[in-house]
Design a protein around this ligand. Structure first.
Ligand code: PAF
Length: 285
């Protein structure tokens, strides 16, 4: 496995195989967990060469966010990658000129809702760094976790709108046995908070179950989810039901219109997010 630290080295390392072999990129900020390993496994199945990028992107953190304490575990990450058959880790010191890039991407309205409403500038930072990583590695496909549904949606739109020659693949969320979505930020939870954090997925499950048994009214579904959260004293940053692709608000589940329930909440020092599809059963459509 190659470990490269500069764009020029990444280019050189891939040069002899580019063109004859397909390349998959798994962009990460490190602190790899089973969710990332699933991305890597899917990449391994779909491409000849698997590249994992590890870069804690300062551009996507707000001023009072966790950039400084974001866990950095490179040695363990490299071991996991080696064992999973990764071909190359791209681990740059920085991707920006001093003081930040002179030119960056700006996401439109999709960046103002849900997480974006609470993290101004976050998705511009994500879009900018993903664009840079795609330009350096020039992969045939790039894989992202469905846990960050809004991020995945924005990246799909970016690639479509900017005609970028890469296939984006979303990989389903990996969960702990009790249902908590895997996240590097779960490390911030103490034992009591860890127990409470499962409430997020429980609320989404209740909504998904009610949808599957025929409830179409989104207000009703949201009230059911909120009740689960409130029973544990959790006031979410948001709990919402959106069209899965456009992220437009839905008032009613309609057969053939993919719907997603999304939630974010602070539990202790951690800001956690999760989402699930809401499928109406055929019998009720
Ligand atoms: O999902 C993440 O870990 C990051 O947002 C990403 C896509 C690697 C960009 O920094």
């Amino acid at each position: 496995m190659d470990i490269v630290r500069t764009p020029a080295d990444a280019c050189r390392t891939l040069a002899t195989r580019r063109g004859t072999q397909s390349i998959a990129l798994v962009p990460t900020m490190g602190c790899l967990h089973k969710g990332h390993m699933e991305l890597i496994k899917t990449a391994r199945q779909q491409a000849d060469i698997v590249v994992v990028s590890i870069y804690v992107n300062p551009l996507q953190f707000g001023v009072n966010e966790d950039l400084d304490r974001y866990p950095r575990t490179f040695t363990a990450d490299a071991d996991h990658c080696e064992q999973a058959g990764v071909d190359m880790i791209f681990h740059p010191h920085t991707l920006y000129a001093d003081g930040g890039p002179q030119v960056s991407l700006q996401v439109g309205k999709l960046a103002d809702i849900l997480c974006g409403a609470h993290r101004p500038g976050h998705f511009d930072g994500v879009a900018t760094v993903v664009n840079i990583l795609l330009n350096i590695i020039r992969p045939d496909l790039a894989l992202f976790g469905e846990k960050d549904w809004q991020q995945l949606t924005i990246i799909r739109h970016m690639v479509h709108d900017l005609h970028m020659p890469v296939r984006i693949i979303g990989v389903p969320t990996v969960r702990e046995p009790d249902g908590l979505a895997m996240s590097s930020r779960n490390r911030y939870l103490d034992a009591v908070e860890r127990k409470r954090s499962v409430t997020l997925s429980q609320a989404l499950h209740v909504m998904a179950r009610q949808a599957a048994s025929g409830t179409r009214n989104c207000r009703q579904l949201l009230d059911a989810g909120l009740a689960v959260l409130q029973a544990q004293g959790i006031t979410p940053e948001y709990l919402d039901i959106r069209h899965a692709d456009t992220l437009q608000t839905l008032n009613e589940l309609i057969p053939g219109k993919p719907a997603r329930a999304l939630v974010a909440a602070r539990i202790g020092k951690a800001r956690l997010i999760d989402n699930m599809p809401l499928d109406l059963m055929e019998a009720h459509s």
